[in-house]
Design a protein around this ligand. Sequence first.
Ligand code: HEM
Length: 117
Amino acid sequence: MTHAHITSWLITILLFLIVVSLQRSGSSKAKIVQMVLRLFYIFTIITGVLLLHSIASISLLYVIKTIAGLWLIGAMEMVLISMKKGKSAKAAWTQWIIALALALFLGLSLPLGFDIF
Ligand code: HEM
């Protein structure tokens, strides 16, 4: 399941960056790719929940990891909405970077799958 989760969030991040560049160039394809991106949010959440389900006792770090993962997805939506409205997306990007660092660091520190940090 860790591999399904990793594949899912990697594709999510790639699709997010693709939607950002499509939206910047004003391409009409941005909408359809954003719909696929939203499908991958769901895959990422489902695989994350299944990972949580496989753990006997959920420690505080797992709770923070889950919040960071959900926050990152929220930040991606905030970036895309700010861009669409023509507003500054700076605050949303800041949140995106913090949430990404937190999700990667905690995910890779916790014992399942790769345990790098
Ligand atoms: C785009 C958002 C997300 C990113 C970038 C992300 C990133 C990661 C990373 C890097 C790992 C470590 C994989 C490994 O060690 O092999 C991981 C594991 C995990 N993720 Fe996520 N994740 C995201 C969303 C979520 C969500 C929404 C949930 C919960 C609903 C979640 C729950 C978990 C759990 C429980 C683990 C196992 C931790 C462990 O013991 O290693 N993740 N995630």
